[in-house]
Design a protein around this ligand. Structure first.
Ligand SMILES: Cc1cc2nc3c(=O)[nH]c(=O)nc-3n(C[C@H](O)[C@H](O)[C@H](O)COP(=O)(O)O)c2cc1C
Length: 170
């Protein structure tokens, strides 16, 4: 199985999740940050994993653009979708995941989940820091990676099992 993880991130959490999925999947997995690198031709990959992070209810516009531009080809691949999101309830997490990718991709994807969240105050832009400090009530750096879900996500992608079987949260 030749796979590629294509992600967007602001402060690195989604990149770290990508590296952890890659570790589970092995060497045949390429990682691309679409804000920094150009995406190779998708023809050679049978599996595409798309990851993004959520800011004020939205995934990065580069991810949305990539999904809509390449939708037709993506629908011919085995697809996994994940986000990093700080939403605290299962319901909110599900809403963020659902809103992050086009409905056609959701219907097609075999594996999807929220795989972690991090608040990196030392890296944050002024306004992000201000908003987050107000919401959290402190400015302490934290990072949570859902190891079990990441392992199950990778297993689900490899086996091509369905959404319900592979997702703990949803
Ligand atoms: C200014 C700001 C707004 C955010 N808005 C949301 C949000 O609407 N929903 C959510 O679930 N998480 C939200 N988050 C949490 C981020 O999604 C989370 O920190 C994520 O891990 C960031 O990943 P990244 O470092 O890959 O960009 C927000 C974080 C910041 C700093």
């Amino acid at each position: 199985m030749k796979s590629i993880i294509i992600y967007t991130t602001r402060y690195g959490c989604t990149a770290e999740v990508a590296r952890r999925i890659q570790k589970e999947l092995g060497d045949e997995c390429t990682i691309i940050d679409i804000k920094k690198e150009s995406v190779p031709l998708l023809d050679t990959f049978d599996t595409v994993i798309l990851g993004g992070s959520i800011y004020i209810g939205k995934v990065q516009k580069e991810m949305t653009l990539f999904c809509t531009t390449n939708l037709e080809q993506l629908l011919t691949k085995k697809i996994g979708l994940y986000i990093s999101a700080g939403a605290q309830t299962q319901e909110e997490c599900y809403k963020e995941l659902l809103g992050a990718f086009p409905s056609e991709l959701h219907a097609h994807a075999t594996t999807k989940n929220v795989l972690g969240y991090a608040f990196s105050f030392d890296k944050m832009r002024f306004f992000d820091k201000l908003i987050m400090k107000k919401i959290k009530g402190n400015a302490v750096n934290t990072a949570t990676y859902f190891e079990e879900r990441i392992a199950q996500f990778a297993k689900g992608i490899t086996a091509g099992t369905t959404y319900n079987e592979t997702s703990q949260a949803f």
